[in-house]
Ligand binder design. Structure first.
Ligand code: PGA
Length: 252
């Protein structure tokens, strides 16, 4: 993969201000690996503080509403996230698709709202275990891409795709390298079909139980342009080991 790898920490519903020291430690580490783009997506409550505290690493959010403002109690718009200092937002994480009933159309609307607010967007896709067992994984994932990706002339330049098999998230299980490779190639082909020439620039992250031990092997797979990391992003020690793996063979 010739483009700069992108390693993103998804803190999910974890973290209070006490965790800012961990974020600063991640930031200091990220500064040592300029070849790697590092991002952290904390809960909404930490976006501003983190955006102010970090220099080398970028800050994102885990979700946004599709509308810019209005009577949507409890929701946060992409414009608000941009104002708070976010540079990117995750859309369509499988936990949101499953627990908040987000359809492809909803995810697409959120992704388009993110782009309209000047943010980048990471659109998540991934099959369930039952779908994989039924041999439908590629069909499900390419269908999600067709339904969830933002449209428009320069959308591709600010979109990242995260392939996260639902059954690999938080379970310690990862697909075989062959399966990761096959899926990432299928995603690339679909991106080419959707965005034409622009599709080649879209990074495809792998996510689901990425850790310090398996990161190097996963990141070496053709078409894997980085990782979306949950549990292992909560400490600088674990997360920076993944950043280091993304920086390539050690010269130290
Ligand atoms: P995990 O989560 O690394 O804890 O499996 C990944 C994700 O849900 O983004």
């Amino acid at each position: 993969m010739s483009t700069q790898p992108f390693i993103v920490g998804n803190w999910k519903m974890n973290g209070t201000r006490a965790m800012l020291s961990e974020a600063r430690a991640i930031d200091r580490g990220a500064a040592r690996y300029p070849a790697v783009r590092v991002g952290i997506a904390p809960p909404f409550t930490l976006v501003t503080a983190m955006a102010e505290a970090l220099q080398a690493a970028q800050v994102g959010a885990q979700d946004c509403h599709a509308e810019a403002s209005g009577a949507y109690t409890g929701d946060v718009s992409a414009a608000m996230l941009a104002d708070a200092g976010a540079q990117f937002v995750i859309a369509g994480h499988s936990e949101r698709r499953a627990m908040h009933g987000e359809s492809d159309a909803v995810v697409k609307a959120k992704a388009e709202a993110a782009l309209a607010a000047g943010l980048e967007v990471i659109v998540c896709v991934g099959e369930t275990e039952a779908e994989r067992d039924a041999g439908k994984a590629e069909k499900v994932v390419t269908g999600q891409l067709a339904g969830s990706l933002p449209q428009g002339e320069d959308a591709a330049a600010r979109v990242t795709v995260a392939y996260e098999p639902v059954w690999a998230i938080g379970t310690g299980r990862v697909p075989s390298i062959e399966d990761v490779s096959a899926m990432h190639c299928a995603i690339r082909a679909k991106l080419d079909a959707i965005y034409g020439e622009g599709g080649a620039a879209v990074r495809i992250l792998y996510g689901g139980s990425v850790n310090a031990k398996n990161a190097a092997e996963l990141l070496a797979v053709d078409e894997v342009g980085g990782a979306l990391v949950g549990g292992a992003s909560l400490t600088a020690e674990n997360f920076l080991a993944i950043v280091m793996a993304a920086s390539g063979p050690s010269t130290e």
